[in-house]
Design a protein around this ligand. Sequence first.
Ligand code: C2E
Ligand code: MG
Ligand code: MG
Ligand code: MG
Length: 281
Amino acid sequence: RSKELGRNSFQMYKASMNARSLERLSMQSRFQSALENGEFELYFQPLKCLVSGRITSLECLLRWHDPNLGMISPAQFIPLAEELGLIVKLDEWVIDRACAQLAHWQKMNIDVRHLAINVSAQHLTQGDLVNSLHNALSKYELEGNQIELELTEGCFISNFQCAKDVLSSVKKMGVSIALDDFGTGYSALSYLTKLPIDILKIDPSFIAKIPDEYGNSEIVSAIVAMAKALKLHVVAEGVEKQEQMRFLQKLGCHAMQGYLYCKPLSQAAWCEFYQAEKLIS
Ligand code: C2E
Ligand code: MG
Ligand code: MG
Ligand code: MG
């Protein structure tokens, strides 16, 4: 009986393996056709200076509108694209589109100083990030100092030396480096001084628990103090409440990002938001 069971479960395993590899295969071709059919779109979310109230930069956030499944969150498809080895291609598409958009806004007199682009760990070690950036900047006649790259700590863990070399080349182009989701990674704090990091983005999970959960305000206040002592620019992500914003302002946190100020917007919605904001400021 147990032999029988064993064989059955083996067959089931085999069947699910096949299903999974089929799924992988179809995902791979779906990504490809999604790129070709324009199913990917960039959304933009402004970061607001907590001192001047001005918009300091816009973060580019990828959206996938699948004709059958509807909108798929990047939290779902980015890890999949990484697993399938497609992330570098996707990141390169984002870099090109983001730069094209920035150049277009400049022509329309929409004053966006900086655009923040998320980059995957794999892009640092496998792709040619320096080249992709260089190509996009020269194609759209932009300066490096108009771009910020957002990286997570995962980027430095697999190959520190390689990441360091890529980042110093990128820095030479004038591009700024932000450490995203700060506080949730494997945080060897020494990264902050060993790598050319300019900006810390405090993970929204800390902000969400302010003021209710014990210890979170203290952690955020310590992160802000450390960032300032290290002369880093510090941004709080996921700010949803007035109370959180006031707390951050009091700490001297430089900028905030979150639904309280603005959700990620399509390019058309962003232009409307910008025009409305310009009228009041
Ligand atoms: P992230 O870079 O940390 O982006 C911030 C995420 O927080 C975004 O989710 C944004 O929509 C969300 N968010 C902003 N304000 C609030 C708020 O007040 N409350 C809450 N609850 N959430 C807020 P999104 O757009 O779903 O992106 C998720 C992650 O996917 C990003 O995290 C980033 O790691 C990745 N991602 C997005 N676009 C790209 C891309 O173009 N390339 C790469 N490599 N990764 C990307
Ligand atoms: Mg980000
Ligand atoms: Mg983040
Ligand atoms: Mg994230």
